[in-house]
Write a protein that binds this ligand. Structure first.
Ligand code: AMP
Length: 117
């Protein structure tokens, strides 16, 4: 549950983060272990553990997350060069924090996807 994750603690200001955007629905902050020159996490304030848990009536949560990332990319001048958004889901997807979140990666050519083994 979000309340029990590190992201819940960030939302409640119990631990620090480099917050770059916040509104009623979403908080966005820089990843503590960036995988690109720009690496920002967008987290809904609604408690949802994984993408598997999003119900049809919560599709607006996904729309809000993606649009918040796109808005941030435009605001920061990243949109024209381009960027990547990623949602990891469960263990094989590389998810380590079980509160739904979207990664925005930008600032350099990102290469292709792949397995790491
Ligand atoms: P995921 O692996 O998709 O669950 O992504 C979780 C991300 O959260 C990782 O990229 C971590 O580096 C990042 N992360 C973990 N703890 C913090 C923190 N306290 N502040 C910012 N990012 C964090």
């Amino acid at each position: 549950m979000q309340d029990e994750t590190i992201f819940g603690k960030i939302i409640r200001r119990e631990i620090p983060a480099d917050i770059v955007h916040e509104d009623e629905h979403v908080i966005a902050f820089r990843d503590i272990a960036p995988q690109a020159p720009v690496h920002v996490l967008f987290v809904p304030k609604t408690t949802i553990a994984t993408l598997n848990d999003v119900t049809p009536d919560q599709s607006d949560v996904l729309g809000t997350l993606v649009l918040a990332a796109a808005h941030y990319a435009r605001r920061e001048g990243l949109a024209e060069d381009g960027y990547r958004v990623v949602i990891n889901c469960n263990q094989a997807g590389g998810q380590t924090v079980f509160q739904l979140h979207l990664h925005l990666l930008a600032g350099a050519p990102l290469g292709r996807f792949g397995t790491s083994r």
